[in-house]
Design a protein around this ligand. Sequence first.
Ligand SMILES: *[C@@H]1O[C@H](CO)[C@@H](O)[C@H](O)[C@H]1NC(C)=O
Ligand SMILES: *[C@@H]1O[C@H](CO)[C@@H](O)[C@H](O)[C@H]1NC(C)=O
Ligand SMILES: *[C@@H]1O[C@H](CO)[C@@H](O)[C@H](O)[C@H]1NC(C)=O
Ligand SMILES: *[C@@H]1O[C@H](CO)[C@@H](O)[C@H](O)[C@H]1NC(C)=O
Ligand SMILES: *[C@@H]1O[C@H](CO)[C@@H](O)[C@H](O)[C@H]1NC(C)=O
Ligand SMILES: *[C@@H]1O[C@H](CO)[C@@H](O)[C@H](O)[C@H]1NC(C)=O
Ligand SMILES: [Zn+2]
Length: 934
Amino acid sequence: MGKGFFISKTVGILGIIAGVGALATIIALSVVYSQEKGKNNNQNEEQTTSKPPTTTPIPSNKPWDKYRLPKNLVPETYNVTLWPRLTPDPTTGLYTFLGSSVVDFECVEDTDLILIHSNKLNYTEFENQLARLMSVSSVEAPAIKSSWLQGVTQYLVLELDGTLKKGHKYRLYTEFIGELADDLGGFYRMYIVVMATTQMQPTDARKSFPCFDEPAMKAYFFITLIHDRGTTALSNGKDIETTEINHDGQDLLKTVFERTEKMSTYLLAFIVSDYDSIGNSIDGVEIRIFARRSAIAAGQGQYALNKTGPILKFFEQYYNATYPLPKSDQIAIPDFNAGAMENWGLITYRETALLYDEAFSSNSNKEKIATIIAHELAHMWFGNLVTLRWWNDLWLNEGFASYVEYLGANNAEPEWNVTDLIVLGDIHRVFAIDALASSHPLSSKEEDIQTPAQISELFDAISYSKGASVLRMLSDFLTEDVFQLGLRAADSSKLELPDTLDNIMNTWVLQMGFPVVTINTGTGSVSQQHFLLDPEAVVTTPSPFNYQWIIPIKWMMTGNMQNPLWLTSKSETSEAMKATQDQWVLANVNMVGYYRVNYDDDNWAKLLDVLQSNHQLIPRINRAQILDDAFNLARAKIISTVQALNTTKYLSNERDYIPWKAALNNLDFFYLMFDRSEVYGPMQDYLVKKVSPLFEYYKQMTDNSSKVPDGHMDQYNQVNAISLACRTGLEECQNLVMTWFQEWMDTDTNRIHPNLRSTVYCNAIAAGGKKEWDFAWSQFIKNDSTAIESDKLRYALSCTKQPWLLNRYLEYTLDPDMIRKQDATATIVDIASNVVGQSLAWDFVRARWSYIFSQYGGGSFSFSNLVNGVTKRFSTEFELQQLKQFKADNSDVGFGSGTLALDQSIERTIANIKWVEENKENVLDWFTTEANAQ
Ligand SMILES: *[C@@H]1O[C@H](CO)[C@@H](O)[C@H](O)[C@H]1NC(C)=O
Ligand SMILES: *[C@@H]1O[C@H](CO)[C@@H](O)[C@H](O)[C@H]1NC(C)=O
Ligand SMILES: *[C@@H]1O[C@H](CO)[C@@H](O)[C@H](O)[C@H]1NC(C)=O
Ligand SMILES: *[C@@H]1O[C@H](CO)[C@@H](O)[C@H](O)[C@H]1NC(C)=O
Ligand SMILES: *[C@@H]1O[C@H](CO)[C@@H](O)[C@H](O)[C@H]1NC(C)=O
Ligand SMILES: *[C@@H]1O[C@H](CO)[C@@H](O)[C@H](O)[C@H]1NC(C)=O
Ligand SMILES: [Zn+2]
């Protein structure tokens, strides 16, 4: 999904090579992967035991009580006809869809039982049974003895009077009705707009029709949709014909689609809408962008259309394989949970992830569109053509797409230097989570991933961002060419690797966390240690490598690149790394390695000197790394907090975006910990001094802030300058944003540049009262159809400092007429990020947990964000007790995909408490001194 991989055995790989030709990258990875997997299987149980499943297995041996399908039946072809009804049933008031399905399958092992996934579907009975069974080969099909629906494991169960015979084919026919709810899962409808769409991944295809709903159970699909006149039907295949029909006295249309490729159920999509589209074609592949008519009329699909063809071509070259389908449809959907979904041939997106409008979109919106399109298109090969066998391998699929999305976007927009941004977007982001003792390894054992909730939980930052970071490291030390060409195992000797490739990769894939490498430039000693944010945290997850890694070290001496080193043991000595008085060492150049670096005090002091005197000598990614490493090493008590704060002193000279963003991300923690304490004042005084030169720099560059800079990174950093200057109370900044906002309120003409809108709106609403809030709300309602704009307003509304407005806004989040369901959790998190809203949001979530859980679904992906978001400021014993109480009180309701996040929140709170106790005084002194220094 907005972000599957199947290679488990050598046999599988061979099959794929023969099947799709030279998909070099995939083969490369699968070789690494299968070797790794072989290793994994050979290790003894104790070493690889990972976290216990979050749901206790059901104590029964009946096949229908197990979550995994038996392997005795293999689907081949489905014929599915669905009729979504976009008006409610007059008697029950329910929105429903009617369906019929034929599935042909082969029996590969004799059995007298058929299990097929089905969830929330009601069936028409044939001779008192829920399905009809026929034979397609010479033997006769046995009669159905009994049939029922198994709710928990989501099966339609058919017990037979005789056996299905190995080697024979059978056909199962069903008719059913399902609810077309506005629940964002399976086949669902929009809350407001007349439209029905699907989101199958990971386990909701079974909510649309009975199917063998596991990724490895690939089949061909013949899809037919019945829909209202005036609407268009879309699916994975090309539509072959649309005919007018009359059904139950209604005039309708029937659209039949071309047979799909052999594919997994989770990649299916069915959509009925009255949308419009624009399109073009490239080398015979038809490309179309669909959206609401008004959005297409406004030209909002154009950017996506412009970029799709080139990105497809880029990936064809990257994979050395032509795009496997005759068409590529992409559609923007108003109510959508994930960012986007890579349904084969019919990709679905949130509106903000596909639609671009010069009048409303910021450069950040634009970058997001280019990267998400690249991510989803990358899946068309890696994930869709070659698919995960089971969900435990999700990281490879998502990690890969999350890495190559930068390459695809960079190809589409070469001037942006977007590949550098993986450091902020993925590495720093996932470091924060992977440094906790409650983290987990990239790869999970197949048997640990059973229930739909466990599957959903895998869609986390580890799979996406750590996956991407580790693959980027692999690509770097192999070189991108070798990575892309694929590696023939024999070649790895030529690469001067310290060990076999799979041994290297295993240390990153099979154990959680990452190392901190400590370099002593006095002695030349280089050592590693598992980096834990809380040094006292007890790691209970065993590691097959005792938390040691095989680490590639790219480094510089006094600004000059040196020969890379490999750290293959706990500690080694390198003569090369000994520095003289006027030499300094910088390791992990451009942060290509997935680790942090610490130095002896002397080298730290030299690095800070270089930053102060000539910061350009250090690559900009490493300036960001020094900041991020220092703050995190301080959190882990490896260096002092004051030493970390010292790395920010040079910021008055810094103009580059990436280091500033890294600094702000870390200072955010100081805001979270101290914005309710006496540290706040001196901290603000210090920061306003650091940001003022940046603010001034952009003011000059942009003609008194009347326009935006040309460069992509400069555009981002201008936003940082304004945000921080206003946040720290720089009067000139506050006046500027208030004036702009006031002008908008007075004239009803919005002249604020889209890049700056989020921060300007937020700061103006924070400084204002009811009048500003109500104005922004009226604009939010008015712009409801322009998601790009309404998202900015929705965020800014959370910035008010008035508790009653925030409480009212919290109530709105659970009313889909006010705030769309897809935005509910994000809005609550926004409110919690506001110092005034924090306790209000926490009270709200605690009081409404069971309601939120039932309405927003245990399978929804935003629960971990919600839990993390409302608790991130927690730093007192009292808050810790509340959090533990919350966990105890709601254990019956459960936490779904937020289960792990809850444990992480408890761990984080404990660490915060200790940190504040130990650091408050020093930090206060430091800010006070530095604020008063000239
Ligand atoms: C499925 O649909 C296709 C195309 O309409 C048709 O050719 C085929 O016979 C159908 N198969 C079954 C089992 O109904
Ligand atoms: C399915 O049957 C249940 C129980 O009779 C009923 O409550 C539900 O509304 C039905 N669903 C649909 C979509 O008709
Ligand atoms: C799309 O491409 C056309 C032709 O190159 C160009 O004129 C137009 O500005 C582009 N639109 C966007 C939104 O990028
Ligand atoms: C694959 O690579 C070969 C050799 O470079 C090239 O001739 C062929 O066109 C490539 N195929 C695709 C689909 O890119
Ligand atoms: C921080 O910087 C100050 C002045 O630049 C220096 O005196 C002090 O020793 C540094 N503190 C640490 C812990 O590095
Ligand atoms: C991209 O990187 C190059 C080389 O580092 C630099 O010259 C250029 O200014 C950068 N572009 C932007 C938009 O930051
Ligand atoms: Zn993805």
